[in-house]
Design a protein around this ligand. Structure first.
Ligand SMILES: Nc1ncnc2c1ncn2[C@@H]1O[C@H](COP(=O)(O)OP(=O)(O)OP(=O)(O)O)[C@@H](O)[C@H]1O
Ligand SMILES: [Mg+2]
Length: 253
């Protein structure tokens, strides 16, 4: 069926995240090898690919933390890097970006302060989401690995950014809290935020509205989990990934 939206000129909202011919090389390695994409606002996107496929590098280019070798990225229609856009992006790095010698409270206050927000209730509310509101005085050095991930997530979300980019946010998070995280991600998207969540495991993929399969720095397939399985002729998402990785048809529309 032809959507009526197709006849509307693309004058409305710009894509939440956009890439044009993005390339990033490290010496002989093409970590990101020509990525074009436009992600719509208000959706949850999953970036899936094996170790070393370029997920982290692509994410860093998209949010303006790394400079592309060639090509360009935009956030909400603004070319990055952009100081102004930083306040509109919540970025959770794969390696925790929090300060080990500071306490939970000092960390979240620091990150909130970067964006001019010191609302105590908002800080506490964000810590409640990650269940660290009872550890406010604990130095990060004394937190478990999973707790550090939780604090890192809280620091990425505390300024309530419309663009939320999370690099493997649920690694090391226990199953019960993982379910809560995803419920929270869903509520953020329902409120209009766009989420890009990377993972190298497929079991969370069906929680995303749309998936981007990435391999060797290229987006090899894009679509919902259901669509990608159907196009690959399998019920198993890992098999679907292998289908596209081996050059099977039906990947990038
Ligand atoms: N700073 C760097 N210097 C040199 N090579 C790099 C650098 N960062 C990434 N690479 C290389 O770029 C490629 C992509 O790495 P990247 O970290 O983007 O992969 P990834 O998909 O995030 O992997 P993982 O699932 O392990 O996190 C790898 O070959 C990696 O060795
Ligand atoms: Mg990575």
């Amino acid at each position: 069926m032809i959507s009526t939206f197709e006849s509307v000129p693309a004058a409305a909202a710009p894509p939440a995240l956009e890439a044009h011919g993005l390339v990033k090389t490290f010496g002989p390695i093409r970590a990101v090898d020509g990525v074009d994409l436009a992600l719509d606002p208000g959706r949850i996107y999953g970036l899936l690919g094996p170790n070393g496929s370029g997920k982290t590098t692509l994410i860093r280019l998209l949010v303006g933390l790394a400079r592309p070798t060639s090509g360009a990225a935009s956030v909400l229609g603004r070319r990055v890097p952009s100081r102004e856009m930083l306040a509109r992006i919540g970025y959770m790095p794969q390696a925790d970006g929090i300060y080990p010698e500071l306490s939970v409270w000092e960390n979240i206050r620091f990150f909130a302060g970067l964006y001019g927000s010191f609302d105590r209730e908002r800080l506490l509310e964000t810590l409640r989401v990650v269940e660290l509101d009872d550890r406010v005085g604990t130095p990060v050095l004394q937190l478990s690995g999973g707790m550090r991930r939780r604090l890192s997530l809280a620091c990425a979300l505390v300024h309530r950014p419309p663009i939320v980019v999370l690099d493997e946010p649920t690694v090391g998070i226990d199953p019960a809290l993982r379910v809560q995280f995803w419920a929270h991600f869903r509520s953020l998207s329902a409120a209009g935020a766009t989420l890009l969540v990377s993972s190298h495991v497929m079991d969370e993929a069906d929680r995303c509205d749309e998936l981007l399969f990435i391999r060797a720095g290229r987006v090899i397939a894009r679509g919902s989990g259901v669509e990608l399985r159907r196009r690959a002729g399998t019920n198993d998402l890992e098999e679907a990934f292998l289908h596209f990785a081996n050059g099977g048809t039906g990947g990038v529309a």
